[in-house]
Design a protein around this ligand. Structure first.
Ligand SMILES: *[C@@H]1O[C@H](CO)[C@@H](O)[C@H](O)[C@H]1NC(C)=O
Ligand SMILES: *[C@@H]1O[C@H](CO)[C@@H](O)[C@H](O)[C@H]1NC(C)=O
Ligand SMILES: *[C@@H]1O[C@H](CO)[C@@H](O)[C@H](O)[C@H]1NC(C)=O
Ligand SMILES: *[C@@H]1O[C@H](CO)[C@@H](O)[C@H](O)[C@H]1NC(C)=O
Ligand SMILES: *[C@@H]1O[C@H](CO)[C@@H](O)[C@H](O)[C@H]1NC(C)=O
Ligand SMILES: *[C@@H]1O[C@H](CO)[C@@H](O)[C@H](O)[C@H]1NC(C)=O
Ligand SMILES: *[C@@H]1O[C@H](CO)[C@@H](O)[C@H](O)[C@H]1NC(C)=O
Ligand SMILES: *[C@@H]1O[C@H](CO)[C@@H](O)[C@H](O)[C@H]1NC(C)=O
Ligand SMILES: *[C@@H]1O[C@H](CO)[C@@H](O)[C@H](O)[C@H]1NC(C)=O
Ligand SMILES: *[C@@H]1O[C@H](CO)[C@@H](O)[C@H](O)[C@H]1NC(C)=O
Ligand SMILES: *[C@@H]1O[C@H](CO)[C@@H](O)[C@H](O)[C@H]1NC(C)=O
Length: 815
């Protein structure tokens, strides 16, 4: 089914020229705007600080922020839209009534500063690092200092109720789980008003957990006249609480003598440590930020055991670096990170956590498990059993025989503590006397993922037993006449065999999949009478719509199948069920369907960034790293369709027009379930060519079995397009040797001129190893013989660099 949801508006085309960033006596007037595309920022008079957009590392997203502009790090001290990174083409406009307004490329609002009182006339980037909106009398109506993110700067004053919020990681500016609060109201968890606390929150909620650091403003006497009224970071870089009675409680001491030679900042780091740093103002370019004071002393030990959230995830162990007091997290032996990119996240056992069932069956527990012994470690909140007095041997046996037991700690006074998963608040404690007995499986035969034990090999699954689903590809302009003939045939058959169909039971089995059964009337309303067409294909037309989900309104793409494609009720239902059960972040989600009399409609989520074709072949070549991420995403989605669904799904029409991009430019494969639904043909050997010229595998033209390898071929063609940012066939350039991308790419590969292939694109050339790996994989994928092509599992492993990619042979050997 042809046409994927094609969107009319597309961000690349929307890079409208923006008004100049006129700066007038250091004041910016209302109506001025900054854009992500013009690399211009608003500077403070001395040039120490800048306000503008900063590109997020390795992505095409931008952060509206304030940074130190004279030091090589260009350290960010304030940011606006950490949770909603701004795509290229976004801009910020200085407006009178709403202050700073950040809008995306399509004009959607991403963030606004808002002004509580007054009307803005100017914006000023102050030399202190404060961005101030002023009215016509130069009175401040909004300040970045009053809306801090994770950093305080000298001259900044925080009133009661003020908060600093950490980010997710050094490079991810989304809101993190740590807070510094200057407490207002007091008495939440017995904390007095005016105290300074550090605490965790359980994201995405904001309710604070008990503090892991607290500075009592009353120094214990609980006299309201000595409660803190302001948290001050003064010009000589002292941080103190100013009490109601104007006395000061010092937290951090800067240096009075160094005068103006140093920059200072106080930052709540992503790992929960609040640190005062200094940095030379004038530098040889090799200096960095030096920590001069930080709290708490040992966050691993100071986080209250009752907190649900610690520094490290579950089953992890928190360890402090005594030099800078910064924590690191470590998975115990036999465990590894759940998300390899998040070193502070949870750890998972590398072995299958045998349920009690299996342990009962197996009589000899000693055969299954052994103990890893370690010291100086505790998970203080994971106990479920205390045995005393006990010997170490009894402790070991008790844990071995107990299917709940994950860890036993045998401690000094003949006490045996048994602990269960998940292990929480794990910490490294120097001098802790207990002996930690970590229960791990002896054999690796039951590793969680079988593919780990034979990396690079073909999957062990027996696909023969699977029901093979061949998808009807999109048959657009330029497709074979034969396919059109088949379609007309199908339409006729549809009319002849048209049967009376009844409604699907609205309380059917679909609720467990969260699929919604919608009425035709509902969809008529949702699409405003099928008004806005997004695309059309051989089997139906796609319309844009809006559907209410609870209190939210969801944008959807409604695919209205031609009535010729009717099938019996049970089959339609069964197929919707198969498609509805596919859940993968790289596939477009089916949200609901309608099956009413002759009307058959499918409702998909709407994806805002259009097709990969539009993205790749638009005016601007997208960023190399983003293209790489998209390729990974498509590979994972295909792997899922081929090997991880209950029913194998062969897409048969992989091409950039059928890949959609969501809000964050994640690749999502679309149109992967329709052939089954339309029951065109389910045989494994096909003669009718499905797919689109340029992307179809050679076996379609021969009398050969059609397997999942046809998708691998199309993926290979598309991978080359992604690598080069051009179409696979380009007759217009006039250069004959470059017209067919596959041939040209192989030539370049053989001659070692991959730089020519990527048109000397800087980012790609800096990433030569990956570039070569990707080109090799693509050439393997487009091998003429299907058996030479790797499986999608192997493709993903090769792309990720988990296995080596051998030198590929010529894709289409002569003869
Ligand atoms: C900024 O906003 C004002 C009104 O709020 C509008 O008139 C102006 O056109 C906007 N400027 C840009 C460059 O978008
Ligand atoms: C943007 O400007 C900064 C500083 O002026 C400069 O270092 C950087 O290279 C520029 N980036 C681009 C893409 O022009
Ligand atoms: C930014 O990305 C580059 C390469 O893409 C990498 O070398 C550098 O370490 C990254 N910086 C940070 C702060 O992650
Ligand atoms: C910067 O802020 C300080 C303190 O609020 C103020 O005295 C100074 O005038 C400001 N500078 C500018 C350029 O607005
Ligand atoms: C400060 O920022 C937060 C979001 O980060 C916003 O909810 C709040 O209204 C802002 N406060 C002011 C005074 O602008
Ligand atoms: C940042 O972290 C959040 C929360 O973990 C995640 O949802 C988001 O995708 C991350 N952003 C980037 C750019 O990695
Ligand atoms: C509280 O402080 C005020 C003024 O500093 C003092 O007069 C009063 O005695 C104090 N009260 C207590 C209970 O310490
Ligand atoms: C900053 O605070 C410290 C400690 O209260 C004080 O000694 C110093 O004079 C203050 N500096 C300025 C510039 O006010
Ligand atoms: C920076 O470089 C200068 C000259 O190259 C050297 O004298 C100085 O020690 C370096 N400083 C640091 C912090 O490495
Ligand atoms: C061990 O027992 C002694 C005496 O009963 C007690 O003083 C000590 O605190 C105990 N140690 C631990 C770690 O429980
Ligand atoms: C199980 O895996 C561990 C670590 O991966 C390895 O050291 C050990 O030799 C393996 N044991 C067996 C029996 O394969």
């Amino acid at each position: 089914m042809a046409v994927s949801v094609a969107h009319t508006l597309f961000f690349l085309l929307l890079l409208l020229p923006t008004s100049a960033g006129a700066q007038n006596n250091g004041r910016i007037t209302v109506g001025t705007s900054l854009s992500t595309t013009d690399n211009f920022s608003w500077l403070s008079p001395s040039g120490d600080f800048a306000f503008g957009f900063r590109q997020l590392n390795g992505s095409d997203f931008f952060l509206l922020s304030i940074w130190y502009n004279k030091i090589p790090d260009r350290t960010i001290v304030w940011h606006a839209n950490g949770d909603k990174p701004a795509p290229r083409g976004s801009k910020v406009n200085l407006t009178a009534v709403r202050g700073l307004v950040l809008t995306g490329p399509q004009g959607q609002e991403l963030w606004t500063s808002q002004i509580l009182t007054g009307v803005a006339a100017y914006g000023v980037m102050n030399d202190t690092g404060n961005f101030v909106l002023e009215d016509t009398n130069f009175n401040s109506v909004w300040e970045s200092f009053q809306n801090s993110t994770d950093t305080m700067l000298p001259t900044q004053i925080m009133e009661r109720g003020g908060v600093l919020s950490s980010r997710q990681s050094e490079t991810n500016f989304s809101k993190g789980k740590f807070q510094l609060r200057f407490v207002e109201g007091g008495n939440d968890q017995g904390i007095q008003e005016g105290n300074v606390v550090l605490n965790t929150i359980n994201l995405p909620t904001v309710e604070p957990n008990g503090p892991y650091y607290e500075k009592d403003s009353t120094v214990g006497d609980r006299n309201t006249s000595s409660a803190g009224k302001q948290l001050v970071f003064n010009e000589s870089s002292y941080i103190y609480i100013l009490q109601e009675n104007d006395k000061r409680i010092t937290l951090a001491q800067g240096s009075l003598s160094t005068g103006n030679n140093l920059y200072y900042r106080g930052t709540l780091n992503f790992d929960g440590i609040f640190t005062l740093y200094s940095h030379p103002r004038t530098s040889a370019g090799n200096e960095s930020w030096t920590p001069i004071w930080s709290v708490p002393n040992n966050i691993c030990e100071d986080i209250p055991v009752g907190s649900m959230t610690g520094v490290c995830g579950y089953n992890s162990v928190c360890k402090i670096n005594p030099q800078d007091k910064r924590p690191t997290c470590e998975c115990p032996t036999g465990y590894s990170l759940l998300d390899p990119n998040d070193p502070y996240g949870s750890c998972k056992p590398d072995f299958i956590q045998a349920g009690c069932k299996e342990d009962k069956i197996s009589s000899k527990q000693d055969d299954l498990y052994r103990f890893e012994v370690r010291t100086n470690t505790n998970w203080p909140t994971s106990d479920y059993s205390k045995l005393k007095p006990f010997t170490e041997e009894k402790c070991r046996n008790s844990c071995l025989q107990d299917c709940m037991c994950a860890v036993a700690i045998f401690s000094i006074n003949n006490t045996c503590w048994k602990k269960k998963l998940p292990l929480s608040n794990g910490r490294f404690i120097t001098g802790y006397g207990g002996k930690v007995l970590l229960k791990v499986r002896k054999d690796n035969s039951t590793l969680a993922d079988p593919s780990f034990s034979n990396p690079g090999n073909e999957p062990v699954r027996n696909k023969k037993n699977q029901d093979i689903l061949i998808l009807v590809g999109s048959v657009l302009l330029g497709c074979s006449v034969f396919v059109i003939f088949i379609l007309i045939g199908a339409i006729c058959i549809g009319f002849f065999y048209k049967k009376k169909v009844s409604k699907i039971d609205r309380n059917g089995s679909f609720s467990e999949m969260n699929l919604r059964c919608l009425t035709y009337k509902e969809l008529l309303e949702a699409t405003d009478g099928f008004r806005e067409e997004l695309g059309r294909g051989a089997f139906g037309i796609v319309y844009k719509g809006e559907i209410k989900m609870g209190s939210n309104v969801l944008l959807v793409a409604v695919k209205k199948l031609h009535s010729a494609a009717q099938e019996k009720e049970m089959e339609f239902k069964a197929e919707v069920e198969i498609i509805g059960k596919t859940h993968h972040k790289n596939l477009v989600r089916l949200i609901g369907f309608c099956d009413e009399d002759v009307q058959r409609l499918l409702v998909y989520e709407f994806l805002s960034h259009g097709t990969l074709a539009g993205f790749l072949f638009g005016d601007l070549k997208p960023n190399w790293n983003l293209r790489i991420q998209i390729a990974f995403g498509i590979a994972r989605g295909l792997l899922y369709l081929h090997e991880e669904c209950s029913t194998q799904i062969i897409h048969c029409d992989i091409k950039p027009q059928n890949i959609l991009l969501d809000e964050y430019y994640n690749a999502r494969i679309s149109d992967f379930g329709l052939a089954k639904l339309l029951k065109m043909d389910q045989s494994q050997t096909q003669t009718a060519i499905r797919g689109t010229k340029g992307y179809v595998a050679p076996e379609w033209f021969r009398n050969m079995a059609i397997t999942a390898k046809v998708d691998v071929y199309s993926f290979g063609v598309m991978l080359l397009e992604i690598i080069c940012g051009r179409r696979s066939v380009d007759m217009e350039s006039g250069e004959e040797d470059k017209a067919i991308l596959a041939d040209w790419a192989y030539d370049c590969f053989q001659e070692g001129t991959l730089d020519v292939l990527v048109e000397y694109e800087r980012e790609a050339m800096d990433d030569m190893e990956k570039l070569e790996r990707f080109v090799r994989v693509a050439i393997w994928c487009i091998q003429e013989g299907p058996s030479l092509r790797p499986t999608m599992r192997k493709v993903t492993h090769m792309l990720e660099g988990v296995v080596d990619v051998p030198i590929p042979p010529c894709p289409s050997p002569i003869g």
